[in-house]
Design a protein around this ligand. Structure first.
Ligand code: ADP
Ligand code: ZN
Ligand code: ZN
Length: 737
């Protein structure tokens, strides 16, 4: 036993364990408590670690333990619930705990910067202000200049770095002027905490019967419980959230709201501001690091009462939590698909449970998993079956592409409907989930297709910035004119959003067309501008991908056209039909949200496919029910649990050798109720020059799967075949490749 506490430290390294250290020196300074960052020697380097526990014993002899070099925090920056979530995440996803800590912290804290960064400032003193500038200007012009400049900034003074820009020579006169007491130096926080209050909260519409019922159901239970707010698009889910949030804020507690993508929700943010009268602290990846740190800190110290963020905001520390809301809970953006592969929605539920606060998951198209939790009684199903206010659901119809001539991918009935809706003063959205000009470049004489040299994939033709681009690895090359096989002429085949925009411009020359996809919105703010145009009705036809389908409210929109939904009908993944129904219903939900009834036209070459019957007769509910039955029959999730071990390497044999070894080790653990499937090559085997393969573990017993991974992970970490591959464990994968 050690007289000093042994510090158990998480370090950002791909190893599933904590590392033991002794406190900085045996002097009487207290050892850093759990939740503090420390600088430690690690191998031959230094690393920033996070103390997660104190212990009295170590597996290593005491004489072998090294001492931490210094402690970076005066007090724990992560409190017990924050550390609990880190442990839970690491255990559940079988991911190295130091990497979980790194994912949970804002970048600046990960790099060892202080929680409360300060900047140095200089201000003029009373004595300085009393100097005669004109007299001084003759003897010491630079000093006079500085006094004059600072005189304009009263007590706040000026930051050193800004002064360096404004008056590059000021540091040379600083000492003289300090000696004369004309200047004073001080520090201030570089990014102040939040001051959320911005105005008065405004009232929304009076809730309808369904909304009031939903609100009562959620309000009726104190403490942790999960409500699935299942409401058709436009049913007023957001209104229900707003009432719940107001309760919690009025009680002086904090609300955490998770959304799939912040870029897509400027309307949501302004609605929160307007209705609640406070500024939300935002946490998402496109913010500068310093702003993110300030939002994180404000969440932690409670000055931010409303915290709104994407995926990683689930790790935000909350001083006084009262409610968690996950909007569009079905959205796959909540699942991180690389590094630490976690579901922010599922972690949010775990967090709410640990904190003892209610959580609301909202969607018009809830995930099959969440619906099943309702059936099992773990979540409460709260439904809003109809649109709020006076809006009625849109009329949906199919157009059979085998029967109808199409012009550049747009069928005659769709062209007519566009014409009619525009003439009646409506706005039209044409949805195609494929950016670029055309998905294929094909040789007209031999049929050869331009492929990516690094992936098993076709190159997409882009016209705006003309090139061939691989959407899987980002490789690009100039558009080829001639087939390398037969020298025949190449031509683009199929439709992308760019081509669609071009055809529409040709068909409707007098109309204003706005395209929204990740190419058109790459520049900062172009997304917001495009959305503003769309919202004000200053665009007649909107053409876009997924980005246009989520959450937006375009008051004038009366027609949605879906160019091609057929890819989703034949997806290989067991989630394909769920996904297709979600994306169609989300995009359809943009239509007819106000007075005029909306219309939705879906083009398909397979009108007899049973999916359509289900969707048209029974809506999402019916699709979800039959998806559940299929999954039950095939024992897919949620009726079993999955984990995928993926491997990638420049040589195919390396991935298979590693996964064969993994299979052997998994079998050796000897759990008969876990099936081990594979290894097999991934459906798109070669991506970005690497071969991909995978091993699937499946069990109806979650605990058994968990125990297997627990035994397997440390073994894989030290396996020598692992050195030649990149590998990862994905628990609850949402894509099986
Ligand atoms: P959702 O979040 O389910 O898509 P919203 O809360 O955004 O729905 O509501 C859709 C539209 O209906 C919004 O314009 C909203 O202001 C309006 N609305 C919501 N609830 C009511 C209500 N009770 N009475 C009238 N209008 C409502
Ligand atoms: Zn050819
Ligand atoms: Zn590629």
């Amino acid at each position: 036993m050690s007289k000093e506490p042994i510090l158990r430290v998480a370090i950002n390294a791909p190893l599933s364990r904590l590392f033991d250290y002794l406190p900085a020196s045996s002097a009487p300074t207290p050892a850093p408590p759990p939740g503090c960052r420390v600088l430690v020697p690690f191998g031959r380097q230094r690393q920033i670690g996070m103390v997660l526990a104190h212990a009295t014993q170590s597996e290593l002899p005491l004489s072998k333990l090294r001492r931490v070099l210094s402690t970076l925090d005066d007090a724990a920056i992560l409190r017990e619930p924050d550390r609990w979530l880190i442990h839970f995440t690491s255990d559940y996803y079988h991911h190295p705990i130091g990497e979980v800590v790194a994912a949970a912290l804002p970048a600046l804290l990960r790099q060892g910067k202080p929680l409360n960064p300060v900047v140095q400032r200089v201000a003029i003193t009373g004595e300085g202000a009393a100097q005669s500038l004109s007299a001084l200007a003759r003897k010491a012009p630079r000093q006079a200049e500085l006094l004059e400049f600072l005189g304009g900034h009263a007590n706040d003074g000026v930051r050193f770095d800004l002064l360096d820009d404004a008056m590059p020579g000021w540091r040379r006169v600083r000492k003289t002027m300090l000696d004369k007491s004309w200047l004073r130096l001080f520090e201030s926080p570089s990014e102040p905490d939040f001051e959320p209050q911005i105005g008065d909260a405004t009232d929304g519409p009076t809730l309808n019967v369904d909304q009031s019922k939903a609100l009562d159901v959620v309000r009726g239970q104190p403490g942790f419980h999960v409500s699935l707010l299942d409401g058709v698009t436009g049913s007023g889910k957001t209104e229900v959230y707003l009432h719940l949030m107001k309760d919690v804020l009025d009680a002086g507690r904090q609300v955490l709201v998770l959304v799939p993508e912040i870029g897509l929700t400027p309307q949501f943010v302004s609605r929160l501001k307007e209705r609640l009268g406070i500024e939300p602290a935002l946490l998402h990846s496109s913010l500068p690091d310093s702003i993110r740190l300030s939002a994180w800190r404000s969440a932690r110290n409670g000055s931010a009462s409303l915290v709104l963020g994407t995926r990683s905001a689930v790790f935000a520390p909350l001083k006084n939590p009262g409610l968690i809301v996950v909007d569009e809970e079905h959205d796959s953006s909540f699942k991180q698909q690389e590094g630490l592969r976690y579901s922010a929605r599922d972690l949010a539920v775990a967090k709410a449970k640990h904190l003892g606060v209610p959580i609301v998951l909202g969607s018009a198209t809830p995930s099959i998993e969440s619906l099943q939790h309702c059936t099992e009684g773990m979540y409460q199903h709260v439904s809003l079956p109809s649109r709020a206010g006076s809006a009625v659901p849109p009329l949906m119809r199919l157009v059979d592409l085998n029967q109808q001539p199409a012009y550049d991918g747009i069928s005659l009935p769709l062209l007519k409907a566009i014409e009619e809706n525009l003439r009646a003063g409506g706005q039209v959205l044409i949805f195609l989930n494929r950016r670029g000009f055309a998905p294929t470049l094909i040789c007209s004489s031999c049929g050869h297709i331009a492929e990516c040299r690094r992936c098993d994939a076709r190159m997409t033709v882009h016209a705006g910035d003309p090139k061939l681009l691989c959407h899987h690895c980002g490789a690009s090359r100039p558009i080829e004119q001639q087939c390398p096989e037969c020298s025949g002429p190449f031509r683009p085949l199929g439709q992308g959003t760019e081509r669609l925009e071009e055809s529409l411009a040709h068909q409707f020359p007098d109309r204003r067309i706005t395209r929204v996809d990740s190419d058109s919105t790459r520049l900062k703010d172009t997304m917001n501008k495009a959305l503003a145009l769309a919202t004000q009705g200053d665009a007649d036809i909107l053409v876009g991908t997924q980005m246009l389908s989520k959450g937006h409210h375009f008051p004038k929109l009366t027609l949605v056209g879906v160019i091609n939904a057929d890819q989703g009908l034949f997806g290989t993944d067991f989630r394909s039909s769920e996904r297709l129904a979600q994306s169609l219903i989300q995009v359809a939900g943009r239509s007819g949200r106000e007075q005029r009834q909306g219309e939705v036209i879906i083009q398909t070459a397979f009108p007899k496919h049973p999916f359509w019957g289900e969707l048209f007769r029974g809506g999402y509910e019916r699709v979800a029910r039959s998806a559940l039955q299929e999954r039950l029959a095939a024992s897919w999730p949620p009726f079993s649990r999955l984990a995928l071990i993926r491997a990638a390497a420049h040589k195919r044999s390396d991935t298979h050798r590693f996964l064969e070894a993994a299979r052997g080790k998994a079998q050796a653990v000897g759990l008969s109720n876990v099936s081990i499937l594979g290894p097999v090559s991934a459906p798109m085997e070669r991506r970005a020059g690497r071969y991909h393969a995978q091993l699937l573990l499946q069990s109806t017993d979650r605990q058994a799967l968990h125990r297997l991974l627990q035994a397997l992970r440390p073994e894989l970490e030290t396996d020598k075949t692992a050195r030649r591959v990149r590998w990862s464990v994905d628990v609850d994968p949402i894509e099986l490749f």
